[in-house]
Design a protein around this ligand. Structure first.
Ligand SMILES: Cc1cc2nc3c(=O)[nH]c(=O)nc-3n(C[C@H](O)[C@H](O)[C@H](O)COP(=O)(O)OP(=O)(O)OC[C@H]3O[C@@H](n4cnc5c(N)ncnc54)[C@H](O)[C@@H]3O)c2cc1C
Length: 310
């Protein structure tokens, strides 16, 4: 089977999420990458070094500067004439592009896979990760999004793929236009690739408290900062901090849940973390059921003490 992986990048480097997709694709067969963008030589050169990749197909066109689904999808569909499966990371952009590809190919999408069981059978989470479904497809062409935390990342070095230009073939007049984006500039590591995450919940009670209590601890640990939906909804931190079913799915080495009850929708986003540390004043809080280390007490006392001692 020949697979085509959409490479997520920022115009300069390949995003980490792509590496896990390469691993998933390699379980199906030969792996080609698609680097679509404007001025993509550096990204293509980096992509060509990823272990296990046969070809890097580039589509270089100003219209592709931003990964709009309406522009990328027709391009993918043309390239799918030579490929059997299209795979993208289950990130915001991947989840935007893949359904459009599936619709244009008139096949179903297999979303957020956790494993490749065989060439047509996959597992995926349902009910916020409380059950794992095994799904089998009879479609001739596969369109798949991949949960990045479920697959090892392919080695970013060691490959010698051939770079092939497709000259932006297949670009059609798009029905949507890029207007602008507001990107939060973070001094800290990105949530989805951080090794350590410190997350705060509703218990922080205000934005001021969140910044004063959570951030110094995260800074000491070189950690990314996350939050529960309750903390985000209350406006303590921006939406892109949210971890969980409707937020980001993370699996760091260490996840600290501070003043977070452990609702299933939050657990759906972090329960695969290697070590979970919970601080909560309620000893019956559900978060303690998944925690490896639990501290029962007032976070406003414990966290500053911990930060000071580190
Ligand atoms: C469809 C749907 C999708 C959702 N998606 C998400 C999602 O993606 N992510 C997410 O997080 N939630 C999600 N939710 C919401 C989820 O159900 C919970 O409401 C939310 O996670 C609760 O956030 P919390 O734990 O911060 O707040 P709470 O549940 O209010 O818990 C606060 C915790 O802090 C503790 N506490 C209070 N004061 C202190 C103190 N001084 N010191 C120590 N501990 C203290 C309390 O004992 C309590 O356990 C979703 C809900 C729905 C219905």
């Amino acid at each position: 089977m020949k697979t085509l992986v959409w490479v997520e990048h920022d115009g300069k480097t390949v995003k980490d999420a792509t590496l896990a997709v390469v691993t998933a694709a390699s379980k199906l067969g030969e792996v080609d990458l698609l680097v679509a963008g404007s001025g993509v030589d550096a990204v293509a050169a980096e992509a060509a070094k990823i272990a296990g990749v046969s070809n890097v197909l580039t589509a270089d066109n100003e219209a592709l500067e931003h990964p709009l689904a309406e522009t990328v999808a027709p391009l993918v569909v043309k390239l799918m004439a030579d490929h059997d499966a299209f795979l993208a990371p289950a990130t915001s952009n991947g989840k935007n592009i893949a359904p459009r590809v599936a619709a244009l190919l008139d096949v179903m999408q297999i979303s957020d896979i956790l494993s490749v069981e065989s060439a047509d059978t996959f597992t995926r989470p349902i009910y916020a990760g409380n059950a794992i479904a095994t799904v089998q497809t009879s479609d001739k062409k596969l369109v798949i999004t991949v949960r990045g935390t479920a697959f090892e990342k392919a080695a970013p070095e060691g490959g010698t793929a051939t770079v092939v230009s497709t000259d932006g073939a297949g670009l059609e007049q798009s029905v949507s236009t890029y207007v602008g984006s507001e990107i939060a500039k973070l001094e800290r590591p990105e949530l989805t690739s951080a090794k350590v995450i410190v997350s705060g919940g509703r218990a922080l009670a205000s934005s001021e408290n969140f910044h004063a209590v959570i951030e110094p601890l995260a800074d000491k640990l070189g950690a990314a900062v996350g939050a529960s939906r309750a903390a985000v909804d209350a406006g303590y931190v921006p939406n892109d901090y949210q971890v969980g079913q409707t937020g980001k799915i993370v699996a760091p080495e260490v996840y600290m849940a501070i003043g977070i009850s452990g609702a299933i929708q939050h657990l759906a986003g972090m329960k695969d973390s290697k070590t979970i540390i919970a601080i909560n004043k309620d000893e019956d809080a559900p978060i303690f059921q998944v925690a490896d280390i639990g501290l029962v007490g007032d976070l406003f006392k414990i966290v500053p003490e911990l930060t000071e001692k580190l």
